[in-house]
Design a protein around this ligand. Structure first.
Ligand code: NAD
Ligand code: SER
Length: 321
């Protein structure tokens, strides 16, 4: 990779990925684009930022013709909770945007990164140590778009030779940008509410175990996968990656080590609970480990310590981890 386009750059992942890529490849070599007109200044001021709707193939093509990237990270999508409110729109946005990106990449050509999710699995998938290659019958529209997206990327590689690569991200925790409407957003909110109010009302049951990852690990995984020599890849798209399996109750206990007196109560949202129950608890990520050396750096307490330290600075609070 030398010149990189990040689509959906103003979101939870894109905002941090753009900064990490600019640090590594140079500000001018990382072009950020999003449908949002006023994202964080860190994204718009350090390097090129363009307003673009990925539903419009010509808009993507004109950015690509102007800047000539050799890699696209395609992050524009509708996430699980919001998708269930309008499944028709979620299918249309998630699939049309991906098709537009793949078509543009085919014509240039350039590499494409597609983020899949633990949501690509469903209730009939083995729930623990979910294998890399296994049953994929998700029961959410978001999950359906993720399975279709994985296959779409495989197809463009096999049929047209587009260098597509991808990861199945777990729920991601970060302090830079708030999450955009997923089932795992509660995990991020817990840290904000712990610092601001010392109490939180959680939408999932206390013992709901989910795969979770800290954003620095997720960003590093995406960049490492895109940088690896393609001859090493057997799977290419949709690598399982895993860091930790944790429940809301586990997060409370970890936060209390840094914010004593933090309290939680539970008001279960049945739709979100049903979505969470349909996802795996842990994933077998040995293919990622073998093919490109994937390894997580953060466990729960290390993540909590870093989250609380950085959120305290961001929110100008006195609690210091
Ligand atoms: P997000 O909602 O925070 O960000 C998505 C960004 O895409 C937003 O800034 C939004 O404005 C932009 N966008 C939406 N529609 C667009 C369009 N038509 N044209 C241009 N931009 C558009 O989401 P995120 O958490 O950053 O997720 C990015 C990708 O990673 C998604 O594909 C998501 O499914 C996947 N993923 C995220 C997680 C997670 O926990 N955050 C986990 C698994 C997979
Ligand atoms: N964190 C994402 C969501 O909850 C998983 O893809 O939608």
């Amino acid at each position: 990779m030398h010149k990189i386009l990040v689509l959906g750059a103003a979101g939870q992942i894109g905002s941090e990925l753009t900064l990490a890529l600019r640090q590594k490849y140079g500000n001018e070599n990382v072009i950020a684009a999003d449908i949002k007109t006023h994202p964080d200044k860190q994204i718009t001021e350090a390097g090129p930022f363009l307003h673009a709707d990925c539903m419009d193939k010509q808009a993507i093509l004109s950015i690509v013709n102007q800047y000539k990237p050799d890699a696209i990270f395609h992050l524009a999508a509708i996430l699980s909770a919001v998708a269930e409110e309008n499944p028709q729109k979620a299918w249309s946005v998630n699939m049309t945007c991906l098709q537009n990106v793949l078509e543009v990449a085919r014509s240039v050509p350039c590499q494409v990164f597609f983020p899949s999710s633990i949501a690509a699995f469903g209730p009939s998938t083995p729930i623990t140590f979910t294998p890399q290659d296994t049953v994929q019958r998700p029961t959410t529209i978001y999950g359906v778009t993720k399975v279709a997206g994985e296959l779409f990327c495989d197809y463009y590689f096999q049929k047209y030779g587009v260098d597509t690569r991808g990861l199945r991200f777990p729920g991601l925790i970060s302090y830079h940008t708030l999450p955009g409407g997923g089932t795992t957003d509660f995990a991020v909110e817990m840290y904000y509410k712990a610092l601001k109010h010392k109490k939180y009302t959680c939408c999932l049951r206390a013992n709901t175990q989910l795969p979770i990852m800290y954003m620095p690990d997720a960003i590093r995984a995406a960049i490492e996968l895109m940088e690896v020599n393609p001859s090493k890849l057997k799977h290419r798209n949709a690598f399982n990656i895993h860091a930790m399996t944790i429940s809301p109750d586990d997060i409370v206990h970890s936060i209390r080590k840094f914010v004593p007196g933090f309290t939680i109560n539970y008001q279960v949202d049945e739709l979100l609970q049903q979505i969470a129950n349909s996802w795996p608890r842990s994933l077998d990520d040995s293919a990622a480990h073998k093919e490109w050396g994937w390894k997580p750096h953060f466990n729960l307490d290390k993540m909590s310590e870093d989250m609380i330290k950085n959120l305290s600075l961001k929110l100008n609070m006195s609690v210091q981890a």
